[in-house]
Design a protein around this ligand. Structure first.
Ligand code: PAF
Length: 264
């Protein structure tokens, strides 16, 4: 694996996986998927200040550079790009608006977050010039928004990687203490149970009941949406997805799951 500090050393036409580091099994799975479709896999590690609402959140974001290098190498990355701030933003960046979809759910709670994400992803795409880019379903709204700016880059949608008890892999999980970690399982449990319900109405009540049973969870949102426009799903919605976000002991967790009722 080559460690690259300047984008001119990258190979266009690669499969690209942008990250903010603190790599875990979820990222490893994205790298492996990228390697299956392309011999050249570029991964970037850049903690993008534009997508954090507060300096505190940015400062608290976990940074594990040595482990990241080992994990990337072991999971098929051929070029690990570690750009610095001036390469990504040589001048004041022109902020891309994530529009209406960018203001829903995650965007409603984290003002400007998706504008920051799209601004950096566009810039990364411009510098890397990949043929494909792999994004995880874990950040489902991010994935939907990135598709809107991808142009002719093929966006590969990768499934969520879960721990044995169901918790979705996330860089933020390391901030959960032992008790919070136990409580966190309520989110995936609620989504699994909802996905097994026989109807949309039943799924909504199961989802909310299970989430409400955990006092340690401060819920931000729990909804079953239409995957296409993130409106509230109705019975006839083709592709329904349960989405949940909340805080456990100050750590923000999000998860989602496809809901296919009466078809199992
Ligand atoms: O999902 C992430 O890690 C980030 O939002 C991304 C896509 C690397 C942009 O900074």
């Amino acid at each position: 694996m080559k460690i690259v500090t300047n984008a001119t050393e990258l190979v266009s036409g690669c499969a690209f996986v942008p990250t903010m580091g603190a790599l875990h099994e979820g990222h490893a799975s994205l790298f492996r998927i990228a390697r299956e479709i392309n011999e050249i896999v570029v991964a970037s590690i850049f903690v993008n200040p534009l997508q954090f609402e507060s300096k505190d959140d940015l400062a608290k974001y976990p940074r594990t550079p040595d482990r990241d290098i080992d994990l990337a190498e072991a999971s098929g990355v051929t070029h690990l790009w570690l750009p610095n701030q001036s390469e990504i933003y040589p001048a004041e960046p022109k902020i891309i608006s994530a529009g209406e979809l960018g203001n829903k759910f995650e965007g409603a709670s984290r003002k400007g977050h998706f504008d920051g994400v799209l601004t950096v992803v566009q810039r990364l795409f411009e510098l890397v010039k990949p043929a494909q880019a792999v994004f995880g379903e874990k950040d489902f709204q991010q994935l939907a928004l990135v598709k809107t700016i991808a142009g002719n880059i093929e966006i590969i949608q990768a499934p969520i990687i879960r721990e044995a008890d169901g918790l979705a892999a996330s860089s933020r999980n390391v901030r959960l203490d032992e008790i919070s970690r136990e409580k966190s399982v309520v989110i995936s449990k609620a989504l699994y149970s909802a996905s097994r319900a026989e109807s949309l109405n039943k799924a909504r009540s199961v989802l909310n009941e299970i989430l409400a049973s955990e006092q340690g969870l401060t819920l931000d949102y729990a909804e079953i949406i239409d995957e296409v426009d993130f409106s509230s799903a109705i019975e006839s919605t083709q592709k329904k997805r349960g989405i949940v976000a909340g805080w456990i002991n100050g750590v923000r967790l999000l998860d989602n799951m496809q809901m296919i009722f009466g078809d199992k």
